[in-house]
Design a protein around this ligand. Structure first.
Ligand SMILES: Nc1ncnc2c1ncn2[C@@H]1O[C@H](COP(=O)(O)OP(=O)(O)OP(=O)(O)O)[C@@H](O)[C@H]1O
Ligand SMILES: [Mg+2]
Length: 367
């Protein structure tokens, strides 16, 4: 096992700049997820760590060894791809054994290791089958078994679950995570699925347009997003973003939007007072807003806003309310037992301890 470091990685493909300076430190045994929208540079980052691609600038370091220009086979890494690249003409056993055969590992050792990997992935009873006799999930397990059988220093996975149906994906995601915990291999995992990232990653690096926008634990990324992009990318339904101006009113510092005013408690006022007269962006997640009278007892202070129900999504476990406050819609995630109808007047309460405030120009969080 080994720790992995990227230092100032830039990657150009002709005129396209795929990566614009990536710095990343992955600890020994850590599970780090690269998360971001299509085209942001996740696969390119992974391929550079694997050695399948050379960076235009920057360094890749394993432990204290500079591996930037080492070919993949000298890096002791394994990679699992989105399309389960198992060889159709080989039985499961031979698929898993293949990387060991190439390394000329003695036969008995191969046998021992194949059985070890198959057991970890719970495919011991499938070793005699051909890939076409397997389900998608089983095939992907074979691909993972083949990746870990060589006991790599670093395991790289690029959207390994995206070809599986929703139920199987949920199952495999906890299994992969448990497997990684057991064998403690340093893992870098690419996905554009935020739930996958939140449930699997020890830490998540959120990427956009060739840059890392924030690195942190799932809790940090959710509760303390560093900017509007990360705040909007994590969470479903998405965080509400509302333009507000900081204004000094008779009863204290206030955030003024087109539709409502929020009087700020002293601690928040202290932080935003330097932006007096400026426009900021207030963010509040739908799950931190409650219909009036339904505020949990642990929520200490709220701000009230009036509106008219524009749309209701009854999801069973939750009721998603779209509230028209005059010039905009605020989305509220209420309990599934909450009932309301389109056209009803509704007062909502925002948990003031859960509001985020961003600069409008740089989009960076100030609260
Ligand atoms: N071989 C290549 N030649 C030219 N451009 C490339 C090449 N590989 C990637 N790119 C470009 O680099 C950028 C990053 O691509 P990359 O495949 O890393 O994105 P990604 O985050 O993995 O996206 P996705 O979620 O769609 O897989 C994209 O703009 C892509 O078009
Ligand atoms: Mg990709």
């Amino acid at each position: 096992m080994v720790d992995v470091h990227l230092r100032g990685i830039v990657k150009r493909f002709g005129r396209t700049i795929a990566l614009r300076g990536i710095d990343l430190d992955v600890e020994d045994g850590e599970f780090v997820v690269l998360l971001g929208p299509s085209g942001c540079g996740k696969t390119t980052t992974l391929r550079i760590i694997a050695g399948l691609e050379k960076p235009t600038k920057g360094k890749v370091i394993f432990g204290n060894r500079d591996v930037t220009y080492l070919p993949p086979r000298e890096r002791n890494i394994s990679m699992v791809f989105q399309s389960y690249a198992v060889w159709p003409h080989m039985k499961v056993y031979d698929n898993i054994a293949f990387p060991l055969k190439i390394k000329k590992v003695p036969k008995e050792e191969i046998d021992r290791k194949v059985k070890w990997a198959a057991e970890l992935l719970q495919i011991s009873d499938l070793l005699d089958r051909y890939p076409h006799q397997l389900s998608g999930g089983q095939r992907q397990r074979v691909a993972v078994a083949r990746a870990i059988v060589v006991e790599p220093q670093v395991l790289l996975m690029d959207e390994p679950l995206s070809n599986l149906d929703a139920l199987l994906r949920v199952k495999m995601r906890s299994e992969l995570k448990k497997l990684q915990r057991r064998i403690k291999v340093t893992t870098i995992y690419v996905t554009h699925d935020q739930v996958e990232a939140m449930t699997m990653g020890d830490r998540i690096a959120v990427m956009r347009n060739g840059k890392i926008m924030q690195i942190g634990t799932p809790t940090e990324i959710y509760h303390k997003p560093a900017n509007i992009f990360v705040a909007g990318f994590i969470g479903s339904p998405q965080m509400n973003f509302i333009d507000v101006t900081v204004s000094e009113e008779a009863d204290g510092l206030t955030l003024v939007s087109e539709d409502f005013k929020i009087k700020l408690p002293p601690d928040i006022a202290e932080i935003v007072k330097q932006y007096m007269g400026k426009t900021l962006v207030m963010g509040i997640r739908p799950e931190h807003i409650y219909p009036e009278g339904f505020v949990p007892s642990n929520v200490k202070r709220t701000a009230r806003i009036n509106g008219v129900v524009d749309f209701v999504e009854a999801l069973g476990s939750d009721t998603i309310i779209h509230l028209n406050t005059g010039s905009r819609i605020i989305v509220v995630k209420a309990s599934g037992t909450y009932n309301t109808n389109i056209g009803e007047e509704l007062t909502i309460e925002l948990d003031l301890d859960k509001i985020h405030i961003f600069r409008k120009d740089t989009e960076e969080a100030i609260l």
